[in-house]
Design a protein around this ligand. Structure first.
Ligand SMILES: [Zn+2]
Length: 334
C-alpha cells in the first residue's frame, strides 16, 4: 500500500479513499472531507477519472504539484485538529507560509483568512500600532530567527503578492528598512532567490528616499539654532548619530504612551533629549515636527512603493479578514 514510502503522521485514516503522495510520505485521507474544505479540490474530484488513472491497491492516488513539505502542513491544517492553532507570539513560519499559499491556491477560505490574521498581527497598517507595539522584535515572535530576519520578510513580500494581500507590504518594507541599516545586509538580500527580491530591493530604496524627504536633519538643526535657551546654545554633541537613528526607525524615534498609559521602551529621540540637553521648548517643537512627518510619511508610503492608496489597501484587508458567509447547510449539515 505505501509503495516503500512512510505514512505521514496524522494523515493516515485507515478508512480513507484517496492516497496523496508528498515526497517520501504518503497520506490516506477522505476525498469528501478535503472537498468540503476546498471547492477547487471538489471540482477536481468530481471529474470522472479514466481507467488508466493512478491507483494504489484499488485506491485512487494523487500527487500535488506543490512542494511536498507545504502539502503536508496544509493537509494537517485541514485534517488535524488544532494543528494550525499557533501562539501569536511564537509563529511557525514554514507552517504559516505553506498554509497561506496553498489555501489561497486551492481556495480554502477559512485557512487563508486565518493565515492572514496571523500576519495582520505582525504587520500593522497604521502608524499608531507600529509605534505602540514592539514590532521590531521579530526574533522573539518567530522562533529560530536571525537578528535580521531575511528568511521571514522577503518570503512574506513574495507571498503577499502571490495571494493578493498587498496591505501587508508597507509594513514589511518598513521593518526590513529598519533591519537593513547595516549596508552589508543589502548584499545578503541580493543572494536570496525569491523572485520578488528585485522589486523588494527597489522598494527599500524608495522607502529610504521617502524617509530622507520627510525627516529632514535641517529642521531639527534649525529648531535648535534659533533657540536662545542656554542648554541649546551650546550646540550638538553628536548630531550624526541622532540623524542616523531617526532615519533608521523614524516612527519609533520617540517613545509613545499607549492607551493603557504605558510608555513603550525609550526611543533614540528620548535619549537625544537627555544627552544633548535639549530645552523643553525645542523638545516640544522637535516632537511635533517628527509626529507630523510620521503621519505624512505613512500616508504617502503605499504610493511611493507602487501600491494602491491606503483606502484601497484597508478595504482589501477588511475583505481578506472577513468571515466567509456560511450557508445553512454549512451550519447544520445536509
Ligand atoms: Zn532649545
Amino acid at each position: 500500500m505505501s509503495e516503500g514510502k512512510i505514512r505521514a503522521k496524522g494523515l493516515w485514516f485507515p478508512d480513507g479513499n484517496l492516497i496523496i503522495r508528498a515526497g517520501d510520505r504518503v497520506c490516506l485521507v477522505h476525498k469528501s472531507v478535503l472537498a468540503s474544505h476546498s471547492p477547487v479540490l471538489a471540482d477536481m474530484f468530481s471529474i470522472p477519472q479514466p481507467d488508466i488513472a493512478d491507483m494504489v491497491d484499488g485506491i485512487p492516488a494523487v500527487t500535488f504539484p506543490d512542494p511536498p513539505k507545504e502539502v503536508l502542513h496544509w493537509l494537517k491544517a485541514m485534517l488535524v485538529p488544532r494543528y494550525f492553532d499557533m501562539d501569536r507570539r511564537s509563529i511557525d513560519r514554514d507552517r504559516l507560509f505553506a498554509v497561506l499559499r496553498l489555501s489561497h491556491k486551492y481556495d480554502v477560505l477559512h485557512l487563508r483568512r486565518r493565515s492572514l490574521e496571523y500576519l495582520a498581527g505582525l504587520l500593522p497598517v497604521d502608524v499608531a500600532t507600529v509605534q505602540a507595539e514592539m514590532f521590531h522584535q521579530t526574533s522573539s515572535t518567530i522562533p529560530d530567527q536571525d537578528a535580521v530576519p531575511l528568511d521571514f520578510y522577503p518570503p512574506i513580500h513574495a507571498i503577499a503578492h502571490e495571494v493578493g494581500a498587498l496591505w501587508l507590504i508597507p509594513c514589511i518594507v518598513y521593518l526590513l528598512h529598519y533591519h537593513m541599516s547595516d549596508p552589508s545586509v543589502h548584499d545578503c538580500l541580493l543572494t536570496l532567490s525569491t523572485p520578488s527580491t528585485t522589486s523588494l530591493i527597489i522598494r527599500l530604496r524608495k522607502l529610504s528616499r521617502l524617509v530622507s524627504q520627510h525627516f529632514s536633519p535641517g529642521r531639527l538643526v534649525h529648531i535648535r539654532h534659533v533657540c536662545d535657551q542656554p542648554p541649546c546654545r551650546s550646540g550638538w554633541v553628536d548630531l550624526d548619530h541622532w540623524i542616523t537613528s531617526l532615519h533608521k526607525d523614524p516612527l519609533c524615534f520617540y517613545s509613545v504612551t499607549n492607551i493603557e498609559m504605558v510608555v513603550k521602551p525609550v526611543g533614540w529621540g528620548d535619549e537625544m533629549e537627555q544627552l544633548e540637553c535639549v530645552c523643553d521648548s525645542c523638545c516640544t517643537d522637535m516632537r511635533a515636527y517628527v509626529a507630523h512627518a510620521c503621519s505624512a510619511f505613512w500616508d504617502e508610503l503605499p504610493e511611493c512603493l507602487g501600491l494602491p492608496a491606503w483606502e484601497e489597501l484597508l478595504a482589501a484587508k477588511a475583505r481578506d479578514l472577513t468571515m466567509p458567509m456560511l450557508s445553512w447547510e454549512d451550519l447544520h449539515g445536509d
